[in-house]
Design a protein around this ligand. Structure first.
Ligand code: PLP
Length: 367
C-alpha cells in the first residue's frame, strides 16, 4: 500500500543478509553451537574492556558523550593524527552508509569491486546512487578473486563520487600491497572520495601490506575505516571509526546522529586500546590457527583463497550448500556465499584450535 511512497531505489533494495538465523539455531540446539559464520573473535575482548563495561553500569540513565572525545583522543594518539581527523560510528557499517549519504545520491555513481563487502552496494542503493562493481582478479590469479585495482580505476568516470575498497577484503580475505595502493590513489580524481575499509587490518602479517592511514595526509579525498568488531572482539557493542582530513570528517559529522556511539561502547573501546597485549595475543592466535586451518583444508583437496583476515573463503564445489546444511545439523554454523555470487564457496571464521578441529572432523564426516 505504501510502495509508491518508497524511494524507487529502496523499493528495489534487498536488506543485508546476515547469514543463518543464529538466535533460532541457538534456541533449537541441545549444546553450544560452533559459530564460524560472522568473523567474530573467538577469544573475546580484553578483560579491561569487560571491566570498563561494568564500571559504567551506573551511568545507563545518562546520555553518552555526544563527541566521544576521550575515545577520539585515544584513537588520534594511536594513529598519529589530530582529534579532528577522527569520526566515530555505530560500527563502521554506519560510517559506510553515511559516506554514501554525504557524497553520493541520485545521479552519482559509486564504484566497488566484484566480491566486495555487501554493504557497499546497499549504501549506494539506499541513497539512489548508481552502483558499479569492477570485475575482480581471475580465479587462477595468485590473489584469486581479489581486487583488480586497474579495473576499479577503469570503472571510475566523471560521475563517480565514491569508491569503496576493503583491504583486506571480506568475503575473499584477499589484500593488496602498499605500492598498489599508492599507485591506485594517484590515479583517482581528487574529488572522488575513496573509502578504504580496513576492518581486518590488525590481522595482517603480509610484509607488502600497509595501512592507508599513512596516506591520509596526502589525500584529502581518502577516508580509512576501522572497527572494534573484529580483532578487538567487541562486535556486540557496535563501535567503528574513520580517519581522514578534517574537511572530510566535517562533512560526515553533519549527518551523524548526535549520540550514535553508546556509553558502554565508548568506554569499552577506549579500554581495549589500553590493552595492546590482549589484542596482539588474539591476533597471534588467529594467525597461527589461520595458517593451520588453511593447510588442513588444502590437504583435503579444497581450494582456500589467500587470506590476511580472521576467516577463510573455501571452495567446496557443487556440494557447498549441502555441506553447509549438514554441518549446521552438527551444530557448526558457516556463512553461505550465494549472495556474493560464490554459491560454490563457504566462508569460515578461524576459530580456536578446538573449534577448528571439530569443524574438520565434522567436514570429514559429511563430505
Ligand atoms: C565486519 C566488517 C565491517 C565492520 O562492521 P562493524 O559495523 O564495524 O561491525 C566493515 N567492513 C567489512 C569489510 C567487514 O567485514
Amino acid at each position: 500500500m505504501l510502495a509508491h511512497r518508497v524511494q524507487p531505489a529502496i523499493r528495489g533494495l534487498r536488506a543485508y543478509d546476515p547469514g543463518h538465523d543464529l538466535v533460532a539455531l541457538r534456541r533449537a540446539a541441545s549444546e553450544a553451537l560452533i559459530e564460524l559464520g560472522s568473523n567474530e573473535n573467538p577469544w573475546g575482548p580484553s578483560p579491561e574492556a569487560r571491566e570498563a563495561v561494568t564500571r559504567h553500569l551506573d551511568e545507563l540513565a545518562l546520555y553518552p558523550d555526544p563527541r566521544g572525545g576521550d575515545l577520539k583522543r585515544a584513537l588520534a594518539r594511536q594513529h598519529g593524527v589530530g582529534i579532528e581527523q577522527v569520526v566515530l560510528g555505530n560500527g563502521s557499517h554506519e560510517l559506510l552508509m553515511q559516506l554514501a549519504q554525504v557524497f553520493a545520491g541520485p545521479g552519482a555513481g559509486v564504484v566497488a569491486s566484484q566480491y566486495g563487502f555487501a554493504v557497499y552496494a546497499i549504501a549506494a542503493a539506499a541513497v539512489g546512487a548508481a552502483f558499479r562493481a569492477a570485475p575482480a582478479l581471475p580465479m587462477d590469479h595468485a590473489m584469486a578473486a581479489g581486487h583488480d585495482l586497474d579495473a576499479i580505476v577503469a570503472a571510475i568516470d566523471a560521475d563517480t563520487h565514491l569508491v569503496y575498497l576493503a583491504n583486506p577484503n571480506n568475503p575473499t580475505g584477499t589484500w593488496f600491497g602498499a605500492q598498489g595502493l599508492e599507485r591506485f590513489l594517484a590515479r583517482i580524481p581528487a574529488d572522488t572520495v575513496v573509502a578504504i575499509d580496513e576492518a581486518y587490518a590488525e590481522f595482517v602479517d603480509a610484509r607488502e601490506w600497509a595501512s592507508a592511514i599513512a596516506l591520509v595526509a596526502k589525500h584529502p579525498n581518502l577516508i580509512v575505516l576501522r572497527t572494534f568488531s573484529k580483532a578487538h572482539g567487541l562486535a556486540g557493542l557496535r563501535v567503528g571509526y574513520g580517519i581522514a582530513q578534517p574537511e572530510l570528517i566535517g562533512w560526515l559529522e553533519r549527518v551523524r546522529e548526535s549520540f550514535n556511539v553508546n556509553l558502554i561502547g565508548l568506554a569499552a573501546a577506549q579500554a581495549s586500546l589500553g590493552d595492546p597485549q590482549h589484542l596482539a595475543d588474539g591476533v597471534r592466535k588467529n594467525n597461527v590457527e589461520r595458517m593451520r586451518l588453511a593447510g588442513d583444508l588444502r590437504s583435503r583437496g579444497l581450494f582456500v583463497f589467500p587470506s590476511q583476515t580472521n576467516f577463510l573463503l573455501v571452495r567446496f564445489g557443487e556440494g557447498a550448500s549441502r555441506i553447509d546444511d549438514a554441518l549446521r545439523e552438527r551444530g557448526i554454523v558457516l556463512r553461505p556465499m550465494g549472495g556474493y555470487g560464490l554459491p560454490d564457496c563457504l566462508r569460515i571464521t578461524v576459530g580456536t584450535a578446538e573449534q577448528n578441529a571439530k569443524l574438520l572432523a565434522a567436514l570429514d564426516a559429511v563430505r
